[in-house]
Ligand binder design. Sequence first.
Ligand code: HGY
Ligand code: MN
Ligand code: MN
Length: 422
Amino acid sequence: MSLTVRIDRLRRDLEQVSRFGATAAGGVSRTSFSAADRQVREWLAGAAAQAGLTIRTDGIGNVFLRVDGGEVGGRDGGEVGGGDGAPVWTGSHLDSVPDGGALDGALGSLAALEVARRLVEERVPVRRPVEVVVFADEEGSYHHLCGSTGLVRNYSADELSGLRGRDGDRLVDALAGMGWDPAAATRTAVRPGAVHAFVELHIEQGPILEARNAQIGVVTGIVGLGGGELVFTGRQDHAGTTPMRLRQDPLRGAAELVTRLPELAASVSQAAVATCGIVSVQPGAGNVVPETCRLQLDFRDPDRDRLLALEQAIVAAAEQAAGRHQLRVSYHRDSITDPVALDPRMQDLVESTATRLGLRTLRMPSGAGHDAQNLATLAPTGMIFVPSVAGRSHSPAELTTWDDVENGGNVLLAVVHALATE
Ligand code: HGY
Ligand code: MN
Ligand code: MN
């Protein structure tokens, strides 16, 4: 028997799911706990029922679809036998950034569903259960890697009630709006040893595989990532009557800081990056010199110490800019996610599996954050990348060829099968 994904079905699923939150630009806006997120969760429940998978949602919104050993036959054609009984997890996320693409997260989630279906319908003998995991709020509408963070540690009630979305809305209200009890979101951590291994298929989201003519990326590690907000405060004034030299315009300081980001990143390392993806001025009227300017920052480096040095350099530069423009500035760190190295044995398994399938591989680090970096603290973790056309992602331009989708799905299936039978 050749155990491969059914690409026609995986493609149909990806196309169907891309309609939830579809944008006019051809991408998707499916931010966590939105109406579109609710729709995709309903769709997933239907797909799970059709495939004979049991479904469970934890307190923070992570979804688990389970292939029980008995259903797929066990080692001896019956019960799941041997091992510690801890499941193999595979999956990704179904939320997106605003105006994002159709594949970031959806590929790894729906390929994992397809893997589960293939194991069930071929009645493949496995020694341990396989669970498809769809992580909640990977993109951090409320908190970066929100759902998978809840798997590695419990949120306290205080921390949870402080988490807010882009519009200032509270996570606990969003959870209640989904019909869930927010108190259950403080009881989501799984015990050490509860997961045998985790593997995630994902689009690369960058240009390396394409440039190197490789078909499968064997991910060696995941970048460290920080987020925080700078608030420059000046003096609100009339836009027509206040002479230019008398103004304390917070946007001037903010603009100066943003133009310095390339130099600040370069001062830390060649791999460091820093981005301001949200700027807002208050009160926000065309004829008012603003009182405050808020910058939402994202900064990354593969090394934790350099990541923290970059954060310090940004804050120091913000203070200098504030001084030059007679402003005050404050900084609030939202999150630091540590960089991780992925398990060497999992790297070898992904590489040897892809090579056996006749695919050209490349070992590479991930510049994007992934739930896998939380899971790596819980269980041996691997990631499989497939090429992104022109390296585009977090954009409606996100694209991967169907051949590459199929290749990634087949590598995922073979890796999950190997882990579930070892
Ligand atoms: O931002 C990231 O790297 C991830 O896609 N959440
Ligand atoms: Mn993303
Ligand atoms: Mn992603």
